[in-house]
Design a protein around this ligand. Structure first.
Ligand code: AMP
Length: 144
């Protein structure tokens, strides 16, 4: 399965982004209200400046205490981002996520972000494919 198909299977809400000058508490509120685990940091909703995960916020609070929450996200977010394209396979992106130990991948077309997939989206897509293959194989064996 291709990333393009995974994006199509998601509800088309667009990618949740946050401005680079936002605070950690604003980011935490956004993650909680949208029920997501990471937010793409972007000045315009299309250019990817960084990514901020709930793990980054937890690590910062563990290191500095809750007094860090009014501080900006720019010192905490990950800037060195791994991305994928619409033409990548689900196996390839799972490999990237496993190797990099992260659960989110912005999908880019050149310099522009066109979506975001999580490890949950990829696993769901893989399970759907496996279920279809199982049904087809059972049909062949049983002669349907
Ligand atoms: P996650 O498992 O995606 O919640 O993130 C775990 C760590 O990896 C956090 O420090 C994130 O900032 C970072 N991270 C998340 N997604 C990516 C990505 N696509 N490329 C690089 N780092 C990432």
């Amino acid at each position: 399965m291709l990333v393009q198909q995974i994006l199509k299977s998601k509800s088309d809400d667009g990618v949740v982004t946050i401005a680079p000058d936002a605070s950690l508490s604003e980011a935490a509120r956004l993650l909680a209200s949208r029920k997501i685990g990471a937010v793409v940091v972007s000045p315009d909703g299309k250019t990817v400046t960084g990514i901020l995960s709930e793990r980054d916020i937890v690590r910062e609070i563990a290191a500095k205490g809750p007094g860090c929450l009014p501080e900006g996200i720019d010192a905490v977010m990950t800037r060195n981002i791994v991305t994928c394209s619409r033409d990548d396979t689900s196996d390839a992106v799972l490999g990237l996520m496993t190797q990099g130990r992260f659960r989110h991948l912005p999908v880019v077309d050149g310099a522009e972000m066109v979506g975001l997939i999580s490890i949950g989206d990829v696993v769901k897509a893989q399970l759907a494919t496996l279920a279809m293959e199982k049904e087809a194989l059972e049909g062949m064996i049983k002669g349907f």
